[in-house]
Design a binder for this molecule. Structure first.
Ligand code: SF4
Length: 154
């Protein structure tokens, strides 16, 4: 563990059209390798699945991996991950105050499905009762051990 009060967490994204490995095993391997090779210690490693949107979607299409990748995500669907995906406990807010279920939906310009659309109208009861806007990219959050900004969720 690092000596200072500074917290150091690492984020791992797969470098291609595949799902991340087991977060706990990767954390162990990275801790060993970084200590042996560079004398670096860190707290936690968060393994995050690449969602098929934006630049990664462009890459999947250009490399003809889109269908295979979507197939992997759907095949690896894990109902146990659904309860803890980011949109169940976090909102994303754009620079101009509009609300989104998560930063992915924000990137895709899919606003919250609620009467409350802007932070200036914030109403927790109304927002808690909303249906989350989902689409095919959500399979990225529910595949395998699940994925959020804190890594695995299941
Ligand atoms: S991408 Fe879908 S499942 Fe993932 S946090 Fe956003 S709305 Fe929820």
């Amino acid at each position: 563990m690092p000596d200072s009060d500074l917290r150091l967490d690492l984020v791992y994204n797969p470098s291609g059209a595949f799902l991340p490995g087991d977060q706990a095993s990767m954390e162990k391997d990275f801790k060993k390798a970084l200590m042996e090779d560079f004398g670096i210690q860190f707290h936690n490693l968060f393994a995050i699945t690449n969602l098929p949107i934006a630049r990664f979607l462009d890459y999947l299409i250009a490399s003809e991996n889109y269908e295979d990748y979507m197939y992997q995500l759907v095949e690896a669907y894990n109902p146990a991950a659904v309860a803890n995906v980011m949109c169940t406990n976090t909102l994303s807010i754009s620079w101009d105050g509009y609300l989104y279920d998560c930063d992915f939906n924000q990137m895709l310009e899919l606003p919250v499905n609620s009467k409350v659309k802007h932070i200036s109208e914030y109403n927790e009861d109304l927002l808690e009762g909303r249906n989350i806007v989902i689409s095919q990219h959500c399979y990225g959050c529910t595949a395998g051990a699940g994925s959020s900004c804190q890594g695995s969720v299941a």
